[in-house]
Structures are given as C-alpha cells and as structure tokens.
Design a protein. Structure first.
Length: 371
C-alpha cells in the first residue's frame, strides 16, 4: 500500500472511530442534516450563550460544519464527519447578530451556506465564571507569545528566500510553520487569510491563487526558486503580520479553546497523518508535533475547570497525550524530526491510532466546559 493510500485509509479510520456522539437529549440542540448537496439546519435562530449543533452526515463524502461571523471569521467548526456519522459542536455566541452556517462536503470550497440569526443581550461565560475567565486569559497570553514568534521566524524565512539562500530557507521553513501550527485554530478563524498563508496546491481547484508557505515549499524543494518567489515571500510576511494583529485583538471564549484542542487533532488526521500537508518537504512531523503542542496548551489553560468538573477526564487525557508524545519523540532527529517518508507503515498506523485514542476524550472537553 502506498503512503498516500495508507493515509486516506487511516483518515477514514479516524473518522469512523471515537467521534460519534449520543443522540440529542436537549430540546435546545439544533439538528443539522448534511449531504453532498445540502445543509439542512433545523433551526436558524438562537439566543446568545451556548449554541449546540448536532451534525449528521447523510452524504457520501467526509464533511465539515462551520458557524461563521461577519467577514468569514470562524466561531466554531467540526471536521472529519464521515458518511453516516454524527458530531456535536458547541459554540459560545457572545453577541447578537447575523451569522452563517456552512457544510463543506469533501472539505473543500466555501461550503453550502445558510443564514443564522442570534438575538438577545451580550452574554459571556467569563463575566460570571472566574475560572473560565482566567483560562481564556492564560490561553490568550500563550497565543500572543506564539504569534510574536510566528512573525519573527516567518521574517527570517522570507529573508532567506529573497536572498536566494535555498538551504537556509529550507531549514527555516518548518521552524516558522511550527508557530503557525500551534495556534492554527485561531489563525484559521480568519477565513480570508488562511488560504493565502496555508493553502495547499489544491486551492487552485477552488479558483484561488496558490501562495503562502506551501507555494514557497514547492519552490524550494521541487521546482526551484521562481521569478515571483520573492514577491510571494513578501506577501506571506504581510499576511502573517495581519493574522498576528488580529489574533492578538480577538477575544476568545473558553469553548473556542476546547473546540480548538480537538480541531488541532483533526488537522493531524486530515493533513499530517496522510502526508498531504508538506508534500514537497516531507516535514509533516514538525507540524504534527506543533498541532499536538497547541492542543496541550488549550487543555492546560482549561485544566482547573476540567479537573473541578470531570477529574477522570483529565486523567484520561493526560494518559493519551503521554502515549502520543512518546511515539512522536521517537521520530526526533536532532532539533527536528525525520522526513515523513522515512516512517514505516506500522509507524504511521501507530501514530494514527494514538491520535484517534486522544481525540475521543478531547471531544468531550467542550461539553464539560459548557456545563
């Protein structure tokens, strides 16, 4: 079996295992029926506070579900919903307004969108819960530090690209991306910038320009520097600077931390395990490690809340993180990691199983935080 074929097979395994949720038992849950050509949301109005969607995939393609604010800012998302599966998304909406829901069959494009209206007064869980407020502040401090490093290391990478220092640029590429991958749920929430910075070559199929990290990755490892590589590098630095500015300004909710911890593991399942993310450089394990770091940081910020409400869940999450960490660290090579292509099929399967084992308990964190 080829590495790519194995990756897609494992993606289906990850989608099938440990991601289903119980049937809705709360009249406030909003059922979503997703298919290959429709996104039927049972109720298109809600009041401020926690809004729960239960998404069932009736189609033939793996799908995603999103709740967007103005400007395509992602308030919440759930990925890797395989055919026949159900996933739950709990989002804290703190202000009334006109939002949008979207299903993305095949996990591509703008999705099948619909209007969603939120009414009521501005409400924040952090206004009345000191532990949740501190969790949000703690995580925001961590995001700010990672954002600063992202901007600095991207600047070094861009400088090397523009100077034609190919080997130096190659060495800096996975380092700069580490900081992006650690805060990916926050960075990705700005939907207009994410495909410019982190879009893979597939974005061309969606009518978008291929720019950002992965375009420069292709230039460095496959095609060689191009006439416009310097311009692409400059644009990358500008776009990263804008993401950093927005990431520091956005006010995160505790549920965004909880959902983000799971989203980062989904990122591993959809891009790193398959070897599709860094397809030219094969530096996927750097990104894998960074996604896991980001998930751990979100859980660390929420830890006092989770321990108080479900101590057994904390114990399970800690055990699963430790098991995945041990497998990842076994593939270290100096300060970095082996090329992804150096892994054997059993090693890839072991990593996939560990991600799946961790993803199941992490999927319950949002429910615990929303109590």
């Amino acid at each position: 079996m080829s590495k790519r074929t194995l990756g897609f097979a494992l993606l289906l395994l990850l989608a099938a295992c440990g991601t289903s949720t119980p049937a809705a038992d709360d009249g406030g849950v909003i059922a979503v029926q997703a298919s290959d050509d429709a996104c039927e949301v049972a109720r298109t109005e809600a009041t401020t506070g926690n809004v729960t969607f239960e998404v069932t995939n009736k189609g033939t393609k793996v799908t995603e579900f999103y709740l967007f604010a103005e400007g395509d800012r992602i308030l919440g998302e759930v990925e890797n919903i395989g055919p026949g599966l159900t996933r739950r998304l709990i989002v804290e909406v703190t202000e009334p307004g006109a939002l949008q829901t979207a299903c993305k069959p095949g996990m591509k494009g703008d999705g099948i969108r619909g209007a969603f209206t939120v009414t009521g007064d501005g409400r924040k869980s952090t206004d009345t819960d000191a532990a949740l407020a501190e969790a949000a502040r703690s995580y925001q401090r961590w995001v700010n530090s990672q954002a600063d490093s992202l901007l600095a290391k991207t600047g070094e990478f861009v400088t090397a690209v523009k100077a034609g220092e190919v080997e130096r640029a190659k060495a800096l590429y996975p380092v700069a991306r580490t900081y992006w991958e650690r805060i990916e749920p926050v960075a990705e929430s700005f939907g207009d910038l994410d495909p410019k910075i982190d879009g893979r070559e597939d974005v061309i199929e969606e009518g978008l320009e291929f720019t950002g990290f992965h375009r420069l990755e292709k230039d460095l490892w496959e095609s060689g520097p191009q006439a416009d590589s310097a311009a692409v590098a400059d644009r990358l630095l500008t776009d990263v600077g804008e993401v950093v500015r927005r990431a520091k300004a956005v006010e995160l909710t505790p549920l965004q931390l909880a959902n983000g911890a799971k989203e980062l593991l989904d990122e591993v399942a959809t891009g790193k395990i398959t070897g599709e993310e860094d397809r030219y450089s094969h530096t996927d394990l750097w990104d894998f490690r960074a996604n896991v770091d980001g998930s751990q940081a979100a859980i660390a910020a929420l830890r006092p809340v989770i321990e108080e409400r479900d101590k057994a869940l904390v114990t399970t999450v800690d055990e699963k993180f430790a098991a995945l960490d041990a497998l990842l660290e076994a593939h270290r090579d100096g300060d970095g990691f082996k090329p992804y292509t150096a892994l054997t099929e059993p090693e890839v399967k072991a990593l996939a199983a560990a991600v799946d084992a961790l993803g199941e308990p992490i999927s319950h964190v949002a429910e615990v935080v929303s109590r």
